[in-house]
Each structure stands twice: as C-alpha cells, then as structure tokens.
Design a protein around this ligand. Structure first.
Ligand SMILES: Nc1ncnc2c1ncn2[C@@H]1O[C@H](COP(=O)(O)OP(=O)(O)O)[C@@H](O)[C@H]1O
Ligand SMILES: O=C(O)C1=C[C@@H](OP(=O)(O)O)[C@@H](O)[C@H](O)C1
Ligand SMILES: [Mg+2]
Length: 218
C-alpha cells in the first residue's frame, strides 16, 4: 500500500504529539494463561450462570465471589448481612476477589456490588478482561420475581423491588460502563452469550451468515 492519509492536527500541548504506525494499536491476543475473565453486572443479569457455562467451554475453573464468601464465612449472604451488616459483607467480598484474582486462568463471576469499591475495580482492571452483562430493569425484575433467592439477594435498600432496581442501577451503571472491556446483552441465551465472549476475545470467528443473531447484537 502506497497511499497514506497525512493530516496535521494542531494540539495545544506540544509534548503530546504522536505518530500513527499501522498495527500500533493492535491488542495483544487474549490469553487465559495471563488473565482472568471477570463477569460484571446487576443482580440477576446472569453472571453466575454464564460463568459456569463459559468455564465449561473454556475448560477452566470458575470462581464465584459470592460462593467464596459463603464458604469462607460458613453463612449465607442474608445471614452475614443480618448479623454483621453490608460493610462486613463488602469486606469479605473484597477478600474473595483478591483470592480469585491472585492467579490467572479462570472465569470469575462477581456479585453485583463488586464494582462499588475502587480497590476491586483496580484489581479487575490489572488482572483480567471484564464483561458487563447489560440488562434493562424489566428483565432483572422479572428474573428476581421468578427466582427471588433471598439467601443470596437480601434487600439492598428499604425500597420496593422496582424502585430498588432503579436506584441501584442509577448508582452503578456508570461504574460498570467504566470498568468493562466488553458489553454483553443479558437477555441473550446462555449459549449465545458464551459465543459472544469467545468472539470478543478473538477465540472464535463471528459467523456473519447468522443474520438474525448479528441483528440481535445491535
Ligand atoms: N441468559 C439467560 N437467559 C435466561 N435466564 C437466565 C440467563 N442467565 C441467568 N438466567 C436466570 O436468571 C436468574 C439469575 O441468574 P444468575 O446467574 O444467578 O445471575 P447473577 O449471578 O447475575 O445474579 C436465574 O434464575 C438464572 O437461571
Ligand atoms: O448487587 C449486590 O450488591 C449484590 C449482589 C449479589 O450477587 P449477584 O449479583 O450474583 O446476585 C450478592 O453479591 C449480594 O447479595 C450483593
Ligand atoms: Mg451471582
């Protein structure tokens, strides 16, 4: 190729000049030997479910930070919160993430509130690739009404479920967006989501002949 686009851009900071070279921004291929895969998102967005399926496909371990907390504490999440409060749960959750992130090579499904702590955000950023399972409030509420799992999901606020989901979403959405590397659509089937992750990581070619699925992605 002999034709180049040459364009001079005036910028205020003289030191901030940069020369573009083809291939310069090519990302390093994803390697489970070097990183973990973190799944982020609101309660009931499907992190735990996808984590298991993805780990099975990738033939690697899956760690769920909530399961680690429960095993470590010997208590369910609602018992921890009822007896010791949310701050105690968040401290256990932070310790579980440190344990999960210590070595690469696994899928880590997190609890919805993991993103609230800067230490957690920094750790996930430095040790893995993060996927955000984006969902609308209706989907989350429908799933929680179908499968309330109160031991896993005690109320986060004194609000009714609909209002709680709206309040928690508005508090966390920007954090999920800032913390993710890739976004997934939580309404898709588990099988499709596994594929989406593999495609995003460059581990699978996207099949453009599957027109309906391509359209569903956007
Ligand atoms: N992709 C999916 N499609 C349909 N239902 C799902 C999907 N992922 C999870 N679910 C269901 O939604 C509920 C919450 O899933 P879970 O994996 O526990 O979410 P999270 O870990 O994000 O709270 C469960 O009842 C689960 O069976
Ligand atoms: O959103 C949250 O603050 C929480 C989500 C739960 O995990 P899931 O997102 O897997 O339900 C669990 O960690 C805890 O009840 C707190
Ligand atoms: Mg979960």
């Amino acid at each position: 190729m002999t034709n180049f686009i040459k364009k001079k851009v005036e910028i205020e900071d003289d030191a901030a000049t940069m020369t573009f070279r083809p291939g310069q921004f090519k990302r390093e291929p994803f390697s489970l030997q070097k990183k973990n895969i973190f799944l982020l998102g609101m309660r009931a967005s499907g992190k735990t479910t996808l984590g298991k399926a993805l780990a099975e496909t990738l033939k690697c371990p899956c760690v769920d930070t909530d399961a680690l907390v429960v095993a470590e504490a010997g208590q369910s999440i609602d018992a921890i919160v009822a007896e010791r409060g949310w701050d105690a749960f968040r401290a256990l959750e932070e310790a579980a993430l440190i344990k999960a992130a210590a070595l690469p090579g696994k899928v880590v499904s997190t609890g919805g509130g993991i993103i609230l702590s800067k230490a957690n955000r920094d750790l996930m950023y430095s040790s893995g690739v993060s996927f955000y399972l984006a969902a609308d409030a209706g989907l989350l509420i429908a799933r929680m009404l179908r499968d309330p799992n109160v031991a896993q999901r005690p109320a986060l606020t004194p609000l009714a479920l609909h209002d709680e989901v709206a309040a928690v979403m508005s508090e966390r959405e920007a954090l999920y967006m800032a913390g993710m590397d890739h976004m997934l659509q939580a309404h898709r089937s588990v099988e499709e989501l596994v594929d989406d992750v593999l495609v995003a990581l460059g581990l699978k070619e996207w099949d453009y002949s599957e027109k309906e699925r391509v359209l569903d992605r956007y």
